[in-house]
Design a protein around this ligand. Structure first.
Ligand code: Q9C
Ligand code: ZN
Length: 665
């Protein structure tokens, strides 16, 4: 018997479904078509070449039973797809297909359609049961355009809708009560939307190219005002792009500001992804440019929900290389073999406009959306829309078969802008919570790198070499673990000392950095009988954010350095801190240094520091949290700081620290 490698039990169990029989659905006369058998062959070949199948569990494709089709499709439609490949239909097949919208049919079509739908059921059941963590179903024909009584858009049966129905109605014992369907195919998932329009048990989310109704499947179904009906109101979410060329940044912005907050609230039991890869870079139909890395980020951000129960189902995607690379990137994410970093492109202005419109439309149903977006998102690095830059149809570098480029009125884009003057900002604590720590988002950095603040240290950071660990990374003597440092590693522009009338407190008996010993905090309240030494470093607000993150030990998870989607402290929150002197950041509520203090100004720059929560201060003062004398390494660092900073002699420094540490009410 082969010994299991030590991490086999830790590796997520990922299923794969692929079956050559789904390649037998072809154009009858062999003419070229984007939805071709090579699509799934190319994907499978790519996965094989990377050794993915042997790291996965291979599932058998199976044909769907008619009774499971019946809750989604009409009897009429089922009969048609069942019989269409039979001999009796040989003469009529082409005519039937030609009367449908974007459909071809041949002798292999029925079997492929039955296998695609059945395979997605099989995949969903395995994941719902918990036998597997996730599955990738490499199926065709695709499904999301198929309506109850209508094959269209290369789709015969609606594979994902059939599986969702199966879980909810046929297998209640699996305990799946809420399903999130994420449709990131570049086309609107009109079929799926219709099936669950009045059903709150399925939250259907689709992000798609819309072009104001001109992009396939065209019409109004994909508009953001289509939010569901009756009990399903609020459970249908459309994010309609105004134009092509959307990239990773646009999709990530929609994830961060629409899908993820709603998914947190909805708390699905399983996620089905209608994973078309026709928004991928170089797709001949989509005209967008999402990279494999972008797709892997989108998928990774979904893995925090439903205990990672994800079924990824192929829909469209017509560039063989792009779809193969994208599916590969997603497989690595599901296998947790890839740590996904940040993205490079900028978000379109139109994307913020669409996001704001969607949030506005849905905020009555999802209170998390009833908060203004952090405005720095809107003014940093936004790309003008393609329509603003150039728009002559001959010059359009986007190749697509989806109608020709329209002349768009310039003023539509320039006048109606999402940017609000800063003075119109409503700043409240809700805004603070909207700044979440998520991977892969860096546009705020360029803005905050232009703002300087004084970071006032009163603990071990008073010793410059120790503080520099937060900037440059690394560690100094006595520290048990190295710091990751800030993204911007440039040194403080200036260092000055100041004495302030605040009480220094030492508590907490153990830290990750120093081991046993005390940790310094500052009482936000001023009192003339107290004094604390502050060593102040002039750094950028961007760097301050990175320091704040490290001080709260939130900079990494599972050994992976985190990127902040948006800053913990942006300009508007800074304004708020300055006004209120002290501000607990909800995003940091589990950290020891969750409160930002404003200690006035120096050279017209704000002085900021961080301390524990107000309730912890009270608990220190009341003795409920014991004071704790700094242990040797930590004490040395404090003393070094005060001595090298020429504030105190060694003896005075020791007395200062001991005095603060043994202070009683
Ligand atoms: N002028 C999927 O991606 N295009 N279907 C028709 C007519 C149809 C795409 C163009 C595109 C269907 C699953
Ligand atoms: Zn598509």
């Amino acid at each position: 018997m082969m010994a299991a490698s030590p991490d086999d039990s830790l590796r997520p169990r990922v299923g794969l479904i692929y079956d050559e029989r789904m390649c037998r659905h072809t154009t009858p006369d062999g003419e070229a078509h984007p939805e071709c058998p090579e699509r799934i062959r190319a994907i499978w070949k790519k996965l094989e070449s990377e050794g993915i199948p042997r790291r996965c569990v291979l599932l058998n494709a199976r044909k769907v039973e008619d009774k499971y089709l019946a809750s989604v499709h009409t009897q009429n439609h089922i009969e048609l797809i069942k019989n269409i490949s039979s001999k009796e239909f040989d003469s009529r097949r082409q005519k039937i297909a030609s009367e449908l919208d974007s459909i071809y049919l041949n002798v292999g079509s029925s079997e492929a359609a039955y296998l695609a739908a059945g395979s997605v059921i099989e995949a969903s059941e395995k994941v719902a049961k918990g036998d597997l963590n996730s599955v990738i179903a490499i199926v065709r024909p695709p499904g999301h355009h198929a309506e109850s009584n209508e094959a269209m858009g290369f789709c015969l049966f609606n594979n994902v809708a059939i599986a969702a129905n199966y879980l909810l109605n046929e297998k209640p014992e699996l305990g799946i009560k809420k399903i999130l369907i994420v449709d990131w195919d570049v086309h609107h998932g009109n079929g799926t939307q219709k099936m669950f329009y009045k059903d709150p048990r399925v939250l259907f989310f689709s992000v798609h190219r819309f072009d104001f109704g001109d992009f396939y499947p065209s019409g109004d179904d994909g508009a953001y005002c289509m939010i569901g009906e009756g009990p399903g109101a609020g459970y249908n979410i459309n994010v309609p792009w105004e134009h092509g060329q959307c990239s990773d940044a646009d999709y990530i912005a929609v994830w961060d500001h629409v899908l993820i907050p709603i998914a947190k609230e909805y708390n699905p039991d399983i996620i089905l992804v209608s994973a078309g890869f026709d928004a991928a870079i170089d797709d001949p139909l989509g005209g967008c440019c999402v990279t494999p890395h972008g797709y892997s980020l989108l998928l990774q951000k979904l893995m925090q929900f439903a205990q990672g129960k994800i079924v990824m189902v192929l829909e469209g995607g017509y560039n063989l290389k792009s779809i193969a690379n994208s599916v590969l990137a997603c497989a690595k994410v599901l296998l947790q073999e890839e740590s996904v970093g940040s993205i490079q492109t900028a978000t379109f202005k139109s994307t913020w406009r669409v996001i704001e419109a969607v949030r506005h439309e849905l905020k009555g149903y999802w209170p998390v959306l009833d908060v203004e977006l952090p405005q720095n998102l809107l003014i940093t690095n936004s790309r003008p829309c393609p329509a603003e830059v150039t728009y002559s149809s001959s010059e359009s570098d986007v190749e697509n078969d989806e109608g020709t480029a329209r002349t768009i009125n310039f003023s539509d884009f320039v006048e109606d802008d999402v940017l609000l003057p800063l003075s119109k900002l409503k700043i409240d604590e809700e805004l603070v919570t909207s700044n979440e720590i998520v991977d892969g988002y860096i546009t705020w950095r360029s803005l905050l790198s232009k703002v300087e603040v004084w970071y006032a240290s009163f603990g071990s950071n008073m010793w410059m070499p120790r503080f520099l660990c937060y900037i440059e990374g690394g560690k100094v003597e006595g520290m048990s673990a190295p710091c990751c440092g800030s993204l911007d590693k440039s040194s403080p522009k200036d260092v000055i000392w100041k004495i302030v009338p605040h009480r220094l407190l030492f508590g907490r008996s153990h830290t990750r950095t120093w081991g046993a010993g005390g940790v310094a905090f500052l009482d936000p309240e001023r009192s003339t009988s107290d004094k604390a030494y502050l060593c102040m470093y002039r750094i950028t607000l961007e760097q301050f954010n990175d320091v704040l993150l490290q001080e709260n030990s939130l900079h990494q998870e599972n050994g992976i350095i985190k990127q902040m989607a948006s800053p913990l402290l942006d300009l508007h929150i800074l304004e708020y801190v300055a006004k209120n002197k002290s501000l607990p950041l909800k995003t940091l509520k589990d950290g020891w240094y969750s409160t930002v203090l404003y200690l006035g100004k120096e050279d017209d720059l704000p002085i900021l520091t961080m301390t524990c929560s107000a309730s912890d201060v009270e608990r220190f003062k009341s003795g409920e949290l014991p004071a704790s004398v700094p242990a040797k390494d930590y004490m040395n660092t404090l003393v070094n700081g005060l001595v090298e900073g020429k504030q105190l002699t060694r003896e005075e420094a020791v007395a200062y620290v001991n005095g603060a540490a043994t202070w009683k009410l």
